[in-house]
Design a protein around this ligand. Structure first.
Ligand code: ADP
Ligand code: SF4
Ligand code: MG
Length: 348
Protein backbone atom coordinates (compact mmCIF):
# COMPACT_ATOMS: atom_id res chain seq x y z
CA UNK A 1 0.00 0.00 0.00
CA UNK A 2 1.34 3.42 -0.85
CA UNK A 3 0.53 6.52 1.14
CA UNK A 4 -1.99 7.83 -1.36
CA UNK A 5 -4.05 4.69 -0.94
CA UNK A 6 -4.19 4.74 2.84
CA UNK A 7 -7.82 5.82 2.86
CA UNK A 8 -8.96 2.67 1.04
CA UNK A 9 -8.05 0.38 3.92
CA UNK A 10 -10.38 0.55 6.91
CA UNK A 11 -8.32 1.16 10.03
CA UNK A 12 -10.00 0.13 13.27
CA UNK A 13 -7.70 2.12 15.53
CA UNK A 14 -4.85 4.62 15.22
CA UNK A 15 -1.67 2.91 14.05
CA UNK A 16 0.09 3.50 17.37
CA UNK A 17 -2.57 1.58 19.36
CA UNK A 18 -2.69 -1.39 17.08
CA UNK A 19 -0.79 -4.60 17.66
CA UNK A 20 1.21 -5.29 14.49
CA UNK A 21 -0.03 -8.20 12.37
CA UNK A 22 3.46 -9.70 12.45
CA UNK A 23 6.11 -9.24 15.11
CA UNK A 24 9.53 -10.82 14.71
CA UNK A 25 11.97 -10.73 17.63
CA UNK A 26 15.56 -11.98 17.58
CA UNK A 27 14.73 -14.26 14.65
CA UNK A 28 17.56 -16.70 13.98
CA UNK A 29 18.15 -19.62 11.63
CA UNK A 30 21.47 -21.43 11.84
CA UNK A 31 21.84 -24.40 9.50
CA UNK A 32 24.10 -26.94 11.17
CA UNK A 33 27.20 -28.13 9.33
CA UNK A 34 28.10 -31.71 10.20
CA UNK A 35 31.33 -33.53 9.57
CA UNK A 36 33.31 -36.63 10.40
CA UNK A 37 32.11 -40.19 10.88
CA UNK A 38 29.90 -39.28 13.81
CA UNK A 39 28.25 -36.45 11.88
CA UNK A 40 29.00 -34.11 14.75
CA UNK A 41 28.09 -30.48 14.27
CA UNK A 42 31.26 -28.65 13.30
CA UNK A 43 29.79 -25.24 12.53
CA UNK A 44 26.71 -23.42 11.32
CA UNK A 45 25.52 -21.33 8.41
CA UNK A 46 24.20 -18.25 10.15
CA UNK A 47 21.67 -17.46 7.43
CA UNK A 48 19.43 -15.30 9.64
CA UNK A 49 21.17 -14.06 12.75
CA UNK A 50 18.92 -12.16 15.11
CA UNK A 51 16.53 -9.78 13.40
CA UNK A 52 13.66 -7.69 14.78
CA UNK A 53 10.84 -5.99 12.91
CA UNK A 54 7.09 -5.61 12.76
CA UNK A 55 4.61 -5.42 9.91
CA UNK A 56 1.32 -3.61 10.48
CA UNK A 57 -1.95 -4.75 8.96
CA UNK A 58 -2.44 -3.36 5.46
CA UNK A 59 1.12 -2.19 4.95
CA UNK A 60 3.96 -3.39 2.73
CA UNK A 61 7.42 -4.00 4.11
CA UNK A 62 10.03 -4.27 1.37
CA UNK A 63 13.13 -6.34 2.20
CA UNK A 64 16.24 -5.86 0.07
CA UNK A 65 19.82 -7.11 0.01
CA UNK A 66 22.21 -8.98 -2.25
CA UNK A 67 21.96 -12.67 -2.91
CA UNK A 68 23.00 -14.76 0.12
CA UNK A 69 21.95 -12.21 2.77
CA UNK A 70 19.25 -14.48 4.23
CA UNK A 71 16.13 -12.96 2.67
CA UNK A 72 14.57 -16.21 1.43
CA UNK A 73 15.40 -17.99 4.68
CA UNK A 74 13.66 -15.19 6.57
CA UNK A 75 10.60 -15.50 4.28
CA UNK A 76 10.46 -19.25 4.82
CA UNK A 77 10.67 -18.78 8.59
CA UNK A 78 7.80 -16.29 8.68
CA UNK A 79 5.58 -18.53 6.56
CA UNK A 80 6.75 -21.42 8.73
CA UNK A 81 7.98 -23.49 5.80
CA UNK A 82 11.09 -23.67 7.98
CA UNK A 83 11.53 -23.52 11.74
CA UNK A 84 13.67 -20.90 13.49
CA UNK A 85 16.59 -21.98 15.68
CA UNK A 86 16.08 -18.89 17.85
CA UNK A 87 13.86 -15.89 18.43
CA UNK A 88 10.14 -15.50 18.15
CA UNK A 89 7.46 -14.98 15.48
CA UNK A 90 4.09 -13.62 16.56
CA UNK A 91 1.16 -13.42 14.18
CA UNK A 92 -1.88 -11.47 15.41
CA UNK A 93 -0.39 -11.67 18.88
CA UNK A 94 -0.06 -15.49 18.84
CA UNK A 95 3.38 -17.08 19.17
CA UNK A 96 3.71 -19.30 16.07
CA UNK A 97 7.49 -19.88 16.31
CA UNK A 98 7.35 -23.60 16.97
CA UNK A 99 3.77 -24.59 16.14
CA UNK A 100 3.46 -28.13 14.79
CA UNK A 101 1.79 -29.17 11.54
CA UNK A 102 -1.68 -29.50 13.11
CA UNK A 103 -1.61 -26.21 14.99
CA UNK A 104 -0.25 -24.43 11.91
CA UNK A 105 -3.07 -25.64 9.63
CA UNK A 106 -5.48 -22.72 10.21
CA UNK A 107 -2.56 -20.30 9.92
CA UNK A 108 -1.52 -21.76 6.57
CA UNK A 109 -4.61 -20.02 5.19
CA UNK A 110 -3.66 -16.67 6.66
CA UNK A 111 0.01 -16.53 5.62
CA UNK A 112 0.87 -17.36 2.02
CA UNK A 113 4.05 -17.27 -0.02
CA UNK A 114 4.68 -16.30 -3.64
CA UNK A 115 7.91 -17.76 -4.98
CA UNK A 116 10.61 -16.30 -7.16
CA UNK A 117 10.59 -18.77 -9.98
CA UNK A 118 7.25 -19.11 -11.76
CA UNK A 119 8.75 -21.94 -13.83
CA UNK A 120 9.63 -24.36 -11.07
CA UNK A 121 6.95 -23.44 -8.55
CA UNK A 122 4.08 -24.71 -10.73
CA UNK A 123 3.68 -28.44 -11.33
CA UNK A 124 3.98 -28.90 -15.13
CA UNK A 125 1.68 -31.93 -15.12
CA UNK A 126 -1.23 -30.10 -13.49
CA UNK A 127 -3.73 -27.81 -15.18
CA UNK A 128 -4.12 -24.23 -14.06
CA UNK A 129 -7.47 -25.22 -12.54
CA UNK A 130 -5.84 -27.96 -10.45
CA UNK A 131 -2.99 -25.69 -9.35
CA UNK A 132 -5.09 -22.70 -8.31
CA UNK A 133 -7.80 -24.96 -6.86
CA UNK A 134 -5.36 -27.01 -4.75
CA UNK A 135 -5.61 -24.79 -1.64
CA UNK A 136 -9.41 -25.31 -1.55
CA UNK A 137 -8.96 -29.08 -1.66
CA UNK A 138 -6.06 -29.20 0.79
CA UNK A 139 -7.86 -27.03 3.34
CA UNK A 140 -11.24 -28.67 2.54
CA UNK A 141 -12.81 -25.29 1.86
CA UNK A 142 -16.21 -25.35 0.16
CA UNK A 143 -17.12 -22.33 -1.94
CA UNK A 144 -20.46 -21.10 -3.17
CA UNK A 145 -20.85 -22.25 -6.77
CA UNK A 146 -18.01 -24.78 -6.46
CA UNK A 147 -14.24 -24.68 -6.71
CA UNK A 148 -14.19 -24.20 -10.49
CA UNK A 149 -16.16 -20.96 -10.26
CA UNK A 150 -13.96 -19.71 -7.42
CA UNK A 151 -10.81 -20.53 -9.40
CA UNK A 152 -12.12 -18.77 -12.51
CA UNK A 153 -12.93 -15.68 -10.46
CA UNK A 154 -9.39 -15.74 -9.06
CA UNK A 155 -7.91 -16.02 -12.55
CA UNK A 156 -9.86 -12.96 -13.64
CA UNK A 157 -8.85 -11.06 -10.53
CA UNK A 158 -5.22 -11.76 -11.43
CA UNK A 159 -5.59 -10.60 -15.03
CA UNK A 160 -5.93 -14.05 -16.61
CA UNK A 161 -8.87 -15.49 -18.53
CA UNK A 162 -11.34 -17.98 -16.99
CA UNK A 163 -10.76 -20.03 -20.16
CA UNK A 164 -7.23 -20.73 -18.98
CA UNK A 165 -8.67 -23.21 -16.46
CA UNK A 166 -7.83 -26.34 -18.49
CA UNK A 167 -4.46 -25.21 -19.78
CA UNK A 168 -0.99 -26.22 -18.57
CA UNK A 169 1.76 -23.95 -17.17
CA UNK A 170 4.06 -24.38 -20.19
CA UNK A 171 1.46 -22.70 -22.37
CA UNK A 172 2.00 -19.41 -20.53
CA UNK A 173 4.63 -16.68 -20.48
CA UNK A 174 6.69 -15.99 -17.35
CA UNK A 175 4.49 -13.08 -16.34
CA UNK A 176 1.32 -15.13 -16.76
CA UNK A 177 2.81 -17.99 -14.76
CA UNK A 178 3.57 -15.62 -11.93
CA UNK A 179 -0.07 -14.48 -12.12
CA UNK A 180 -1.07 -18.14 -11.70
CA UNK A 181 1.21 -18.35 -8.64
CA UNK A 182 -0.38 -15.20 -7.25
CA UNK A 183 -3.91 -16.56 -7.85
CA UNK A 184 -2.97 -19.73 -5.98
CA UNK A 185 -1.53 -17.74 -3.06
CA UNK A 186 -4.70 -15.63 -2.81
CA UNK A 187 -7.17 -18.52 -3.14
CA UNK A 188 -7.97 -18.72 0.56
CA UNK A 189 -7.98 -14.97 1.16
CA UNK A 190 -4.84 -14.79 3.28
CA UNK A 191 -4.12 -11.88 5.60
CA UNK A 192 -0.43 -11.79 4.87
CA UNK A 193 1.53 -12.57 1.71
CA UNK A 194 5.29 -13.06 1.63
CA UNK A 195 6.52 -12.59 -1.94
CA UNK A 196 10.10 -13.80 -2.45
CA UNK A 197 11.57 -11.88 -5.39
CA UNK A 198 8.26 -12.18 -7.26
CA UNK A 199 9.55 -10.46 -10.41
CA UNK A 200 13.28 -11.28 -10.45
CA UNK A 201 12.86 -14.11 -12.96
CA UNK A 202 10.72 -12.00 -15.29
CA UNK A 203 11.58 -9.75 -18.22
CA UNK A 204 12.20 -6.19 -17.06
CA UNK A 205 9.42 -5.07 -19.40
CA UNK A 206 6.77 -7.03 -17.49
CA UNK A 207 8.12 -6.63 -13.96
CA UNK A 208 6.14 -3.42 -13.41
CA UNK A 209 2.90 -5.08 -14.51
CA UNK A 210 3.23 -7.82 -11.93
CA UNK A 211 4.26 -5.37 -9.20
CA UNK A 212 1.24 -3.21 -10.08
CA UNK A 213 -1.01 -6.26 -9.94
CA UNK A 214 0.22 -7.00 -6.42
CA UNK A 215 -0.43 -3.39 -5.50
CA UNK A 216 -3.99 -3.45 -6.90
CA UNK A 217 -4.76 -6.75 -5.17
CA UNK A 218 -3.55 -5.36 -1.87
CA UNK A 219 -6.02 -2.49 -2.07
CA UNK A 220 -8.86 -4.71 -3.23
CA UNK A 221 -8.34 -7.45 -0.66
CA UNK A 222 -6.81 -5.52 2.25
CA UNK A 223 -3.63 -7.63 2.15
CA UNK A 224 -0.45 -7.15 4.16
CA UNK A 225 2.76 -7.74 2.23
CA UNK A 226 6.35 -8.56 2.87
CA UNK A 227 8.02 -8.22 -0.53
CA UNK A 228 11.60 -9.43 -0.97
CA UNK A 229 13.78 -8.06 -3.77
CA UNK A 230 17.50 -7.73 -4.40
CA UNK A 231 17.00 -4.39 -6.06
CA UNK A 232 15.82 -1.25 -4.27
CA UNK A 233 14.00 0.03 -7.36
CA UNK A 234 11.56 -2.92 -7.43
CA UNK A 235 10.07 -2.25 -3.99
CA UNK A 236 10.28 1.54 -4.02
CA UNK A 237 6.78 2.29 -5.27
CA UNK A 238 4.91 -0.38 -3.34
CA UNK A 239 6.60 -0.29 0.06
CA UNK A 240 5.49 1.71 3.08
CA UNK A 241 8.71 0.76 4.85
CA UNK A 242 11.92 -0.87 3.65
CA UNK A 243 14.38 -3.11 5.51
CA UNK A 244 17.90 -3.64 4.19
CA UNK A 245 19.52 -6.99 5.01
CA UNK A 246 23.20 -7.85 5.00
CA UNK A 247 24.63 -11.23 6.03
CA UNK A 248 21.70 -12.31 8.20
CA UNK A 249 21.13 -8.93 9.86
CA UNK A 250 18.94 -5.90 9.26
CA UNK A 251 21.35 -2.99 8.80
CA UNK A 252 18.76 -0.28 8.11
CA UNK A 253 14.98 -0.08 8.35
CA UNK A 254 12.95 3.04 7.68
CA UNK A 255 9.84 4.59 6.23
CA UNK A 256 10.10 4.46 2.47
CA UNK A 257 10.52 8.19 1.88
CA UNK A 258 13.05 8.56 4.68
CA UNK A 259 15.13 5.66 3.37
CA UNK A 260 15.25 6.79 -0.26
CA UNK A 261 15.80 10.46 0.61
CA UNK A 262 18.40 9.83 3.28
CA UNK A 263 19.99 6.37 3.22
CA UNK A 264 22.28 6.28 6.25
CA UNK A 265 24.01 2.91 6.10
CA UNK A 266 26.95 2.66 3.68
CA UNK A 267 25.51 -0.62 2.35
CA UNK A 268 22.17 1.02 1.59
CA UNK A 269 24.01 3.81 -0.18
CA UNK A 270 25.89 1.29 -2.26
CA UNK A 271 22.67 -0.52 -3.21
CA UNK A 272 21.05 2.82 -3.96
CA UNK A 273 23.83 3.91 -6.28
CA UNK A 274 23.32 0.73 -8.27
CA UNK A 275 19.80 1.94 -9.09
CA UNK A 276 19.98 3.87 -12.34
CA UNK A 277 18.86 7.50 -12.12
CA UNK A 278 17.85 8.38 -15.69
CA UNK A 279 18.34 12.15 -15.50
CA UNK A 280 21.99 13.11 -14.79
CA UNK A 281 20.93 16.50 -13.35
CA UNK A 282 18.76 14.75 -10.80
CA UNK A 283 21.64 12.47 -9.93
CA UNK A 284 23.82 15.48 -9.22
CA UNK A 285 21.19 17.14 -7.11
CA UNK A 286 20.76 13.98 -5.08
CA UNK A 287 24.49 14.12 -4.42
CA UNK A 288 24.71 10.55 -5.49
CA UNK A 289 28.06 9.25 -6.55
CA UNK A 290 28.35 5.84 -8.00
CA UNK A 291 29.62 3.42 -5.39
CA UNK A 292 30.75 0.09 -6.70
CA UNK A 293 30.42 -2.72 -4.20
CA UNK A 294 33.59 -4.77 -4.36
CA UNK A 295 33.67 -8.51 -3.91
CA UNK A 296 30.94 -10.84 -2.75
CA UNK A 297 28.97 -11.17 0.43
CA UNK A 298 31.31 -13.03 2.86
CA UNK A 299 30.36 -16.51 4.02
CA UNK A 300 27.70 -16.64 6.74
CA UNK A 301 29.60 -19.60 8.21
CA UNK A 302 32.29 -17.28 9.53
CA UNK A 303 31.00 -13.70 9.31
CA UNK A 304 33.39 -10.76 9.95
CA UNK A 305 33.69 -9.64 13.58
CA UNK A 306 32.04 -6.42 14.67
CA UNK A 307 30.21 -4.90 11.72
CA UNK A 308 29.64 -7.56 9.09
CA UNK A 309 29.89 -5.04 6.28
CA UNK A 310 33.37 -3.84 7.31
CA UNK A 311 35.27 -6.01 4.80
CA UNK A 312 33.59 -4.08 1.97
CA UNK A 313 33.05 -0.72 3.65
CA UNK A 314 35.06 2.33 2.54
CA UNK A 315 34.38 4.06 5.88
CA UNK A 316 35.54 1.24 8.18
CA UNK A 317 37.61 2.15 11.26
CA UNK A 318 39.12 -0.02 14.01
CA UNK A 319 35.95 0.14 16.10
CA UNK A 320 34.02 -1.48 13.24
CA UNK A 321 36.05 -4.69 13.68
CA UNK A 322 35.74 -4.82 17.46
CA UNK A 323 32.19 -3.68 18.14
CA UNK A 324 29.02 -4.70 16.42
CA UNK A 325 26.95 -1.57 15.74
CA UNK A 326 23.45 -2.00 17.22
CA UNK A 327 20.36 -1.12 15.16
CA UNK A 328 19.52 2.32 16.56
CA UNK A 329 16.78 4.85 15.78
CA UNK A 330 18.52 7.99 14.50
CA UNK A 331 15.26 9.62 13.42
CA UNK A 332 11.62 8.75 14.03
CA UNK A 333 10.90 5.61 12.05
CA UNK A 334 14.49 5.26 10.82
CA UNK A 335 16.88 2.74 12.38
CA UNK A 336 20.48 2.14 11.32
CA UNK A 337 23.27 -0.21 12.46
CA UNK A 338 26.49 1.71 11.75
CA UNK A 339 29.16 3.49 13.81
CA UNK A 340 29.53 6.21 11.16
CA UNK A 341 26.15 6.66 9.48
CA UNK A 342 25.76 9.01 6.54
CA UNK A 343 23.96 12.26 7.29
CA UNK A 344 22.90 14.19 4.25
CA UNK A 345 22.72 17.94 4.30
CA UNK A 346 19.28 19.29 5.03
CA UNK A 347 18.30 16.30 7.11
CA UNK A 348 18.49 16.16 10.87
N1 ADP B 1 18.96 -25.37 3.76
C1 ADP B 1 20.12 -24.72 3.87
N2 ADP B 1 21.22 -25.34 4.38
C2 ADP B 1 22.39 -24.70 4.51
N3 ADP B 1 22.58 -23.40 4.14
C3 ADP B 1 21.54 -22.74 3.61
C4 ADP B 1 20.25 -23.35 3.45
N4 ADP B 1 19.40 -22.43 2.91
C5 ADP B 1 20.12 -21.31 2.74
N5 ADP B 1 21.40 -21.48 3.16
C6 ADP B 1 22.48 -20.48 3.15
O1 ADP B 1 22.02 -19.36 3.90
C7 ADP B 1 22.48 -18.15 3.32
C8 ADP B 1 21.30 -17.26 3.03
O2 ADP B 1 20.55 -17.82 1.97
P1 ADP B 1 19.19 -17.22 1.43
O3 ADP B 1 18.24 -17.09 2.57
O4 ADP B 1 18.74 -18.04 0.28
O5 ADP B 1 19.64 -15.76 0.95
P2 ADP B 1 18.97 -14.79 -0.11
O6 ADP B 1 17.54 -15.18 -0.31
O7 ADP B 1 19.13 -13.43 0.48
O8 ADP B 1 19.78 -14.93 -1.36
C9 ADP B 1 23.28 -18.55 2.09
O9 ADP B 1 24.64 -18.58 2.43
C10 ADP B 1 22.78 -19.93 1.76
O10 ADP B 1 23.77 -20.69 1.13
S1 SF4 C 1 29.94 0.22 11.20
FE1 SF4 C 1 31.88 0.74 10.19
S2 SF4 C 1 32.24 -0.91 8.70
FE2 SF4 C 1 30.10 -1.03 9.35
S3 SF4 C 1 28.98 0.09 7.83
FE3 SF4 C 1 29.41 1.52 9.48
S4 SF4 C 1 31.34 2.50 8.92
FE4 SF4 C 1 31.13 0.69 7.61
MG1 MG D 1 16.52 -15.60 -2.08
Amino acid sequence: MTDTQAAAIPSPAPASDREPLLRVTGLTRHFPIRGGLLRRQTGAVRAVDGIDFTVNAGETLGVVGESGCGKSTMGRLITRLDEPTGGKIEFEGTDITHLGVGAMRPLRRDIQMIFQDPYSSLNPRHTVGTIVGAPFRLQKVATEGGTKKAVQELLELCGLSPEHYNRYPHEFSGGQRQRIGIARALALKPKMVVADEPVSALDVSIQAQVVNLLDDLQRELGLTYLIIAHDLSVVRHVSDRVAVMYLGKIVEIADRDSLYANPMHPYTNALMSAVPVPDPRRRQRAGRERILLKGDVPSPINPPSGCRFRTRCWKAQDVCASQEPPLTALKTGHQVACHFPEQREGND
